[in-house]
Write a new protein. Structure first.
Length: 490
């Protein structure tokens, strides 16, 4: 296709030159010359050729990648294509998460300007991954049995994920030259040890906060972070052994080995930070939800009064009954502090009850105010559950499968939409809850990770995607795509 379109441009080029010569021969001439018409035509043809070539190249790469001599491959069996697409989604998601973590550490040291090319590559990979997860969600949601449509969606997922991985792989060598831990290993090791000590000191405070949450609120309020302290301690145990080995290797003059141990320790400390920060963030969100609840109840009452003034037709009576029951339940839960309750859960129940009433266009109230109020309440809940699900997937990515990651990606996409609506926010909330449940199921199926052949914390490090497997000398995940993320071994 590209050759044919360029050939047309080549044939038209002499005409363009002739037209241009005519213009030079008659500088005072008015009207439109042949060159005026043909030169833009050549530009359009060339641009069209390049666009067509770019489109064809991306879709063909995945199909011809393993075909010797560039011949037409046999169609991949549908079941195999489905498995391949799911496998690639998980793999590229791991690459993006691991690259994000190491890029953050590098930016802290060298500044945002120095890491700009790698930030751009990561943004491209994340964009392709988000689009691929959306396609996978379409496959889950679609009711069509059209195998051709499903095949096309799977092939696009494979093509996009392949491009994302290739872009990260291409940037890995330059990233290594920039970070070059070997050149400043003593200082980098001291910095990691200082951060390890800081996290170790913060962990008891997080444990005390978690105990307070359990005493103050209903069990459901803190259930999502119930294991955070133990897992933070596990990552810190792993970091201890890696930092000790890095120091010993440095003393023996084994710079490459010391660097590999250091990278694994840095990643473990990062995950310990996620576990500890998750408890502190949830405590703040529960406090904010508690403060919002009285106003949320007043808003719900306003909506109910307005709805009851309408003719009782259609689904409205049922919606009013459901909303009134939910409001009464929440008011009973928070009245007088008789028993612990879940403030975020209470806000979610009010949003779920009020949303159907807001859908009634006939309700004669200030809709802008109520929409904004319900949106603010639902937004706090959605942001909380999306952040919790994201932390869980990140710190358990060695076991979490494609379905949980897809729901999380879609939840994040809905939450980022602008302008944001109550429907979008509630959708993000529901998808994130589903992502958390699916991820927890995957981890349970994975089994007990807290054992390993190389010592304490290895199983948790593999579960968290810090190490790529639990074999002796397994590499820590690095910035890069599928080919390069395991390039640094012991």
């Amino acid at each position: 296709m590209l050759g044919g379109l360029l050939a047309v441009g080549w044939l038209l080029l002499p005409v363009a030159r002739a037209g241009a010569d005519e213009v030079r021969d008659a500088p005072g001439r008015g009207g439109t010359s042949t060159g005026d018409l043909v030169l833009p035509l050549v530009a359009v043809v060339a641009a069209g050729a390049l666009a067509a070539y770019s489109y064809v190249r991306r879709t063909r790469r995945a199909r011809t990648r393993t075909t010797p001599g560039g011949g037409t491959p046999h169609p991949v069996p549908f079941a195999e294509l489905d498995r391949r697409a799911g496998r690639l989604l998980v793999e590229i998601d791991d690459c993006v998460r691991g690259s994000t973590e190491e890029l953050g550490r590098t930016a802290d040291r060298f500044g945002e300007e120095a890491v700009a090319p790698y930030t751009k590559a990561l943004a491209f990979a994340r964009s392709e991954l988000t689009a691929s997860f959306r396609l996978w969600q379409r496959l889950d949601d679609t009711l069509t049995d059209d195998s051709l449509v499903r095949r096309q969606l799977l092939e696009e997922i494979v093509a996009r994920c392949t491009e994302a991985g290739r872009r990260l792989d291409a940037e890995a060598p330059g990233f290594d030259l920039l970070r070059a831990l070997e050149r400043t290993l003593p200082a980098a090791l001291e910095s990691a040890e200082a951060r390890f000590r800081e996290l170790t000191a913060r962990t008891p405070a997080a444990e005390a906060t978690l105990t307070e949450l359990r005493e103050r609120y209903a069990p459901s309020a803190s259930l999502s972070v119930a294991g955070n302290v133990e897992q933070a301690k596990d990552r810190l145990v792993f970091a201890t052994t890696r930092l000790d080995r890095a120091r010993q290797s440095l003393d023996r003059g084994e710079g490459a080995r010391a660097t590999a141990y250091l990278r694994a320790a840095e990643a473990a400390v990062d995950q310990a930070d996620l576990f500890v920060a998750g408890i502190d963030r949830l405590a703040s969100e529960l406090s904010s939800a508690t403060a919002l609840l009285p106003g949320a109840l007043r808003d719900a009452d306003t909506e109910l009064v307005a709805a009851r003034g309408l003719p009782a037709v259609g689904a409205l009576p049922g919606r009013i009954t459901h909303a009134a029951s939910a409001v009464a339940d929440v008011r009973r839960d928070i009245a007088g502090g008789v028993r612990p309750y879940d403030p975020l859960g209470a806000l979610r129940r009010l949003a779920d009850a009020g949303a159907p009433l807001l859908a009634e266009d006939r309700v004669p109230v200030d809709r802008t105010f109520l929409d904004r109020a319900f949106l603010d309440h639902a937004l706090l809940v959605a942001r909380s559950v999306v952040a919790l699900a994201s932390d869980f997937v990140t710190t358990h990515r060695g076991a979490v499968g494609v379905e949980a990651r897809t729901r999380l990606s879609e939840a994040e996409r809905h939450l980022a939409l602008e302008p944001r609506t109550l429907v979008d926010v509630r959708c993000a909330d529901g998808l994130a809850l589903e992502a958390q449940q699916l991820a927890e199921r995957d981890v349970r199926a994975h089994g007990n990770p807290y054992a390993g052949p190389e010592g304490a914390g290895v199983g948790g490090a593999v579960l968290g995607g810090i190490l790529l497997d639990d074999t002796p000398g397994a590499p820590a995940a690095s910035f890069g795509g599928p080919r390069t993320r395991g390039r640094r071994d012991f």
